[in-house]
Design a protein around this ligand. Structure first.
Ligand code: GTP
Ligand code: MG
Length: 260
């Protein structure tokens, strides 16, 4: 290993070359090993900050999930996942934007290092959850991309938010950006499979395949809205519970939300 090579000064091309020199060139470890100790320590510190911001946002959704589960008879949140962008993906994104792999460029140009994905039941839940997050005093909304009202040409649907949240460390507080994706189970089903198909095949999908995928996304979106309307109809047409029935239901479900 060349211990003198500093990646604060290495160009993206050199970094990619470094990756390709190595057998495990897709591994984050291979890239990290070539970066030099000083850079590495500062890079590790930076990743730790994004990791903490990710935890803050995850906790906010977990709190909402617990609260809504207790207040209502259904919990709109089906799942929360988080991911910290891998080093290879950071290097590739900076390279795509013609930027060098430096800490300053990471902080100034990438806002999706920390990612939180919330999967919920119905389309309405997406906007309710987004509102519940964005109106919190310590959350600043940096960007909103509504791929539900305006789906991507390939059919992709989700609500994307970039928010920043203060994180309190031992010696200071820092505002750190986090990408939040909120989508229904149905949107998640499409996005997960589409992603898998795209990454399995390095070449672009044929026009015909792309069109079929887009049609699937449309069918799924229609079904999503239909399921929502069925739910609304059921809740508006069902008779209200008697006091006794309500009491029994509350007793039966008393400790359920806390088990989640
Ligand atoms: P990235 O460079 O990928 O971060 O894109 P961007 O900065 O233009 O942001 P955008 O909000 O469009 O997309 C960010 C993320 O949304 C991606 O990393 C994916 O997780 C997801 N995403 C966006 N478009 C698609 C898509 O067409 N299919 C799938 N499966 N996921 C998508
Ligand atoms: Mg991204």
């Amino acid at each position: 290993m060349e211990s003198t090579r500093s990646s604060e000064t290495a160009t993206p091309h050199q970094l990619i070359a470094m990756l390709e020199e190595r057998e495990e060139h897709t591994e984050d470890l291979a890239l990290l090993a070539s970066l030099g100790l000083d850079f590495l320590l500062r890079y590790k510190e930076l990743r730790m900050r994004y990791l903490c911001a990710m935890k803050e946002i995850r906790t906010k959704f977990e709190v909402l999930s617990t609260e809504l589960g207790v207040r209502n008879d259904r919990n709109p949140i089906a799942g929360i996942t988080t991911r910290l962008k891998s080093t290879t993906a950071i290097a590739e994104k900076l390279h795509r934007h013609g930027l060098e792999f430096t800490l300053t460029n990471i902080e100034d140009h990438l806002r999706d290092i920390a990612g939180v994905r919330v999967v919920c039941s119905y389309v309405d839940d997406i906007y309710m959850l987004a509102e519940a997050l964005c109106t919190q005093k310590d959350v600043t909304v940096i960007q909103t991309k509504d791929y539900i009202r305006s789906p991507k040409p390939n059919g992709y649907r989700s609500l994307h938010l970039i928010v920043s949240v203060p994180v309190f460390f031992a010696d200071r507080a820092l505002d750190i950006p986090v990408e939040v994706q909120i989508r229904t189970i149905a949107m998640d089903f499409w996005a997960t499979l589409e992603h898998e198909m795209r990454y399995k095949k390095p070449t672009k999908h044929s026009e015909e395949i792309a069109e079929r995928l887009r049609l699937c996304a449309e069918t799924i979106a229609k079904t999503d809205l239909e399921m929502q309307s069925i739910r609304k109809e059921i809740s508006s047409s069902s008779r209200p519970l008697t006091k006794e029935e309500e009491l029994i239901r509350k007793i039966q479900t008393l400790d359920q939300p806390f088990l989640r």
